[in-house]
Design a protein. Structure first.
Length: 331
């Protein structure tokens, strides 16, 4: 009998890769979409005939209960969130409603309808914030630096608490930054690779950035959704850090991306103080030895491979349709 899974956030970067993975494993995939005035299915267009889309919202408890009652999934992947850190300072209340209380609503719905459902919660390395140790592992204390980070700490602990209080199979994946050609244009990797492609093709001349000294542990989203699935197949629910273990600065990223198309980044990059955050996470690097030992998980794409993959994808996209390039990201 094939398994059934619900994915919230199926229209996002991770949701689209996870849907592909689960379909390849013959799952029946039900994706949650919230109502919009026009469809927002760009990342899952190629899967649209193979998944079922159902309306629900993390803000609406009854919509979640009804969804779970009608679908009766074996696995529930909660990937939906307000995921862009700067926006969390502009909308801290809404960020908490989506990312913190939204997770409580999912946990309550599962507890009430069918406590045997396995739940994956999308926790984040942003929870480590002003880091207490290097590298960060499952036992490193949290010190979030944004309303987003704070909301994810709440979500993390409410997931742990429901596991311990009600014996739910609820796992929390503490994933470090992961990217792909499907990454939103406002995140720094994609903002850079999109701009490099535009500049190379003569569609733009400059790129405004904020803190070039921030360091991140960047991996490939396709590798990270495999880890999510692996965590859900264990005997016992536990939390895992997922990371490459290698950290680079935003400056390294810029240099590599421009260099890949033969451009000198110093001629194109400007610094915009408006892009500096009220509180910064300066340096993240993860220790995923638990996941490597217990799940057998390994990343397959390194930093250089990731940057090249993303620049090449943006070049292909903009070469095919330069007229639909849209505005340059200003976030
Ligand atoms: P993303 O591309 O921004 O996608 C977010 C998804 O959440 C979208 O499908 C969005 O739907 C949906 N959503 C937002 N609010 C919702 C609501 N109230 N009800 C229902 N759906 C809602 O994010 P991602 O990069 O795929 O990340 C997936 C998850 O992993 C997020 O929880 C993120 O915080 C977490 N995470 C990401 C990373 C990373 O590096 N990518 C690292 C650690 C943790 P619309 O399309 O309608 O906007
Ligand atoms: O790409 P970012 O916006 O990602 P950030 O803030 O690390 O958050 C992402 O990863 C988290 C995992 O740790 C996820 F939980 C979260 O949902 C999201 O996916 O920024 C990365 C770094 C920051 O230090 C930022 O200050 O890049 C720096 N940066 C420098 N100039 C910039 C820019 N970031 C953006 N978005 N835009 C810039 O112009």
């Amino acid at each position: 009998m094939s398994k059934r899974a619900i994915i919230t956030g199926i229209t996002g970067q991770d949701g689209s890769y996870l849907a592909e993975l689960l379909l390849s494993k013959e799952y029946e995939v039900v994706g949650v979409v919230r109502r919009t005035s026009a469809p927002n299915y760009g990342r899952i267009q190629h899967l649209i005939d193979r998944v079922t889309l159902r309306p629900a919202d993390l803000l609406d408890q009854l919509s979640l209960i009804r969804l779970i009652d009608e679908v009766r999934p074996h696995e529930f992947y909660n990937l939906a969130a307000m995921s862009f850190v700067p926006a969390s300072w502009d909308q801290p209340m809404l960020t908490g409603e989506f990312n913190a209380q939204g997770v409580t609503r999912v946990l309550e719905a599962i507890r009430q309808v069918d406590p045997k459902i396995h739940l994956y919660q999308a926790s984040s390395s942003e929870m480590f914030g002003k880091v207490r140790e290097v590298p960060q592992n499952e036992l490193t204390p949290f010190y979030p630096r944004s309303p987003y980070g704070v909301s994810k700490v709440f979500a993390h602990y409410i997931t742990v608490n429901y596991r311990e209080s009600y014996d739910l199979y609820a796992v929390s994946g503490i994933l470090f930054n992961h990217e792909s050609p499907r990454r939103g244009l406002e995140f720094v990797t994609r903002k850079i690779t999109d701009a490099v492609a535009r500049i190379k093709l003569g569609l733009a001349t400059t790129l405004a950035l904020g803190n070039l000294d921030a360091h991140r542990d960047w991996g490939f989203a396709g590798d990270y959704v495999k880890a999510m699935w692996m965590m859900m197949q264990r005997e016992r629910a536990e939390d895992y850090v997922i990371a490459t273990g290698v950290s680079h600065s935003v400056r390294d990223l810029v240099e590599l991306a421009f260099g890949h198309v033969g451009l000198d980044w110093r001629k194109h990059v400007t610094l915009d103080p408006k892009l500096i955050r009220p509180a910064e996470v300066e340096h993240l690097v993860g220790d995923s030895s638990k996941a490597r030992a217990q799940l057998g998980w390994e990343p397959t794409v390194d930093f250089a491979g990731l940057v090249k993959m993303m620049v090449d994808a943006d070049l292909d996209r903009l070469t095919a349709a330069p007229q639909v390039a849209g505005p340059v990201s200003t976030s």
